[in-house]
Design a protein around this ligand. Structure first.
Ligand code: NAP
Ligand code: MN
Length: 265
């Protein structure tokens, strides 16, 4: 088995990465940072986001595994003291592969069009002033937005920024995008729905910039600032990210353990 490792850079995560290399060598695995079959992220959900964007162009051949060195993660579900168990299972068992939906973001700027993929979400905000944008759903005017920003999340991203702005938590078996508002202004000119909406596959939302404005775009942890954005189209991508599961950990158990603190295992 060819594997790659990405760690968060702190001493605990680095130490675990070294231990993982030793355990993997004992099992005859090949360390390959360029063409791995398995990518192991050691750190937090943020580390897994880095790993995802590092191997973005190899999603067809790569499965991810997350080990957490802090609190329980949504993508990182193995604990530091379970590393031997994980490597044993990798050597002896076939993983169950789960595939999670991704968001496709098509940016239309003065330089032309660029595509991005997000695992958690795409966020749009104004830099110097409130964001002013028209939202079209499936090519028809939906609303005129004015406010702090918009968060468009994947189902697995629904527990991240989306949840902080009052969005619903969606099960990752529902291929969809959730559009949530951040502090919208509502008056006679600007009127938004107020609640978040969930778009299924094959629907799209266009965000059309309605004035000269400097915008902050965030694709997961990656921030971009531009003042030449014409429009942005978001939809559920045809691509999926694959996670290798060597034991079940149902999504609703993660939600319960991460947010409510009950551990029933
Ligand atoms: P960060 O500021 O370190 O992350 C913010 C927190 O979000 C961390 O606790 C992170 O967990 C957690 N997180 C990431 N993905 C998650 C998921 N799918 N479900 C539940 N929690 C999740 O920055 P980062 O580590 O680079 O992560 C970037 C993410 O931060 C963005 O994708 C966005 O979702 C989130 N964010 C949240 C807010 C907010 O809630 N107000 C604002 C900006 C960004 P770890 O500690 O395990 O990394
Ligand atoms: Mn983080």
């Amino acid at each position: 088995m060819r594997y790659a490792v990405l760690d968060r850079g702190d001493s605990l995560s680095q130490g675990l990465a070294e231990k993982l290399h030793r355990l993997a060598a004992d099992k005859g695995f090949t360390h390959d940072q360029d063409e791995p079959e398995i990518v192991i992220s050691i750190g937090g959900d943020g580390t897994l986001l880095h790993a995802f964007h590092t191997f973005l162009h190899k999603l067809d051949h790569v499965s991810f595994i997350g080990v957490h060195t802090g609190h329980l993660g949504f993508y990182a579900d193995w604990q530091a003291n379970e590393l031997e168990d994980l490597v044993d299972r990798m050597a002896t068992a076939e993983p169950f592969l789960v595939r999670y939906p991704l968001a496709k973001i098509e940016l239309d700027t003065s330089d032309g069009k660029t595509d991005y993929l997000a695992l958690n979400e795409f966020t749009l905000k104004g830099v110097n002033a409130t964001l002013v944008a028209q939202l079209n759903v499936n090519d028809e005017l939906f609303e005129m937005f004015r406010g702090d920003g918009i968060v468009i999340s994947t189902p697995t991203g629904s527990t991240a920024y989306n949840k902080s702005v009052g969005g619903a938590v969606l099960h990752p078996s529902i291929p969809s995008l959730q559009i949530a508002e951040i502090a919208s202004i509502n008056n006679r000119v600007y009127r938004t729905l107020g609640s978040s909406i969930v778009l299924p596959e094959h629907h799209h939302v266009d965000i059309i910039s309605k004035k000269e404005q400097r915008l902050l775009l965030a694709i997961d942890h990656i921030n971009i600032e531009r003042e030449d954005i014409h429009a942005i189209r978001c939809s559920v991508s045809d691509l999926r990210v694959r996670f290798a599961r060597y034991r079940p950990f149902p999504f609703w158990n993660r939600v319960r353990e991460a947010f409510l603190g009950y551990d029933v295992r």
